[in-house]
Design a protein around this ligand. Structure first.
Ligand SMILES: [Zn+2]
Length: 442
């Protein structure tokens, strides 16, 4: 009954109020996912050709960066264009923004935890809606439907305060959260109790948060709240974490992968046999250390071209993670291509003296988005009371940023902690090209 109301009244009303686009795109994605891979690639090529030509025409960065006007006759022709790195986006954002949009009409975002790098990115409004639609499709693979209640594990979650926000949450979003900036036995048992009371259909969260929560439920012996679907968002879901979450909740986890810069990249379907690429919205390449495409079965760096964002086109953007493209198809029958063994961004939980834990990804995200002057940040907890912050600066970094950084740690962990700030040229990745936002050594 409630879901019928949401599906036919509340969601269409929301779509209408925001300007149409979200629901029609969702319906379109539900159709195209059933196309064969060949037909999907033809659609991709058509959109790619348009986006590359558009970027050349409207973004001064690409006119300078590319030696000749692009000529895209096949998806493989994309390989002739140079790669776009985070450092390019950091230093040339203004020139990557399309001249077709006044900057003030674009949706601005500052990336943080999902990349470990602070970048200013912009999207046009239709792009934002298409990204919502892609998330709706992939969440649907995990059991989500419009209007189902959702429990979320997120850092500094938005708390509905005004009457309008509360009404929207009650009627529409139906979300409640556990703040991953403080995960301790009290907050987790309270959240578990709330889940048992409200009976959410879905549980969403970053991989590590899901793992910590599941482990707590297991060790405390509390009754495990029932959910129909679990979606691990944004970060890499480690096998060990997946096994724990699945055995505690007794259902499979759906892994969803993306980043703020290009939106949803890929996600698992109900068969959990690889990550289906969001082919209608992104072209994903896998390249080796020399920039050459890898063969199916070989691990490569993930390079994404966003087919939606006309506000700030990102063409051949190097995301910073690795995966293995595969040639097989999935039993679900969807034509969306798949890849395996996603590796990359990880973050440890950090510890307070009182035994509570702090989500490393949430802390990096909060700090990066609040303090200007930091290009990249890594937090290392050497002991309960000693922290090392590895910082890559940009031109805006000043003495105040130093102070704010130290304060951001002592606010969370107490005034007694020591904070050593190391300024570096770059933050090294470990073996396997993994970038760790936060490392706990205690
Ligand atoms: Zn599938």
């Amino acid at each position: 009954m409630w879901q019928t109301f949401c599906r036919y009244i509340s969601y269409p009303a929301w779509d209408l109020k925001d300007g149409l686009g979200r629901l029609s795109e969702w319906r379109s994605l539900l159709r195209t996912q059933r196309w064969c891979a060949q037909r999907l690639r033809a659609l991709q090529l058509q959109r790619l050709k348009h986006m590359v030509e558009y970027a050349y025409e409207h973004c001064s960065f690409y006119r300078t960066h590319w030696t000749t006007p692009p000529d895209i006759q096949s998806i493989e022709d994309l390989e002739k264009l140079p790669l776009l790195y985070k450092s390019d986006v950091a230093s040339h954002a203004g020139d990557i923004i399309s001249s077709a949009f006044p900057k003030t009409t674009l949706v601005a975002a500052k990336t943080g935890g999902s990349t470990g790098t602070s970048l200013h990115v912009y999207f046009d409004e239709l792009c934002q809606k298409k990204r919502n639609a892609a998330a709706m499709r992939s969440d649907g693979w995990a059991g989500w439907r419009p209007g189902v209640p959702i429990a979320g594990l997120w850092g500094s979650p938005p708390i509905p305060r005004t009457l309008k926000e509360r009404a929207r949450n009650l009627l529409h979003d139906r979300l409640f959260y556990l703040d991953t900036m403080r995960m301790d036995p009290t907050s987790m048992s309270e959240f578990a109790r709330e889940m048992r009371k409200r009976g959410p259909t879905m549980l969403f969260g970053h991989a590590h948060s899901l793992f910590i929560f599941a482990e707590y439920l297991h060790q405390s012996g509390l009754p495990v709240p029932k959910v129909h679907g679990i979606v691990s968002t944004s970060m890499v879901l480690l096998e060990r974490e997946r096994r724990t979450v699945e055995s505690v909740f007794g259902i499979a986890v759906n892994n969803r992968y993306g980043c703020e810069e290009v939106g949803l990249i890929a996600s698992e379907c109900e068969h959990h046999d690889g990550m289906h690429i969001n082919m209608e919205h992104v072209v994903v390449e896998f390249i080796d250390a020399d920039g050459q495409p890898v063969s199916p079965g070989q691990e490569g760096r993930i390079v994404v071209t966003d087919l939606n964002n006309h506000g700030m086109p990102l063409i051949r953007y190097v995301v910073g993670d690795m995966a293995v493209p595969v040639a097989r198809t999935c039993r679900c029958g969807r034509g969306l291509e798949i890849f395996d063994r996603l590796t990359g961004r990880t973050a440890d939980y950090l510890k307070r003296r009182d035994g509570s834990q702090v989500s490393g990804i949430s802390l990096v995200e909060k700090t990066l988005t609040a303090i200007s002057g930091i290009a990249q940040l890594q937090i290392i907890q050497e002991s309960l009371d000693a922290f090392v912050l590895n910082v890559v600066r940009n031109a805006e970094f000043d003495d105040l940023a130093y102070k704010k950084l130290a304060n951001s740690i002592s606010e969370i962990f107490g005034d007694h902690v020591t904070v050593d700030i190391h300024l570096l040229e770059g933050i090294p990745q470990d073996r396997n090209s993994k970038y760790r936002f936060s490392i706990c050594r205690c």
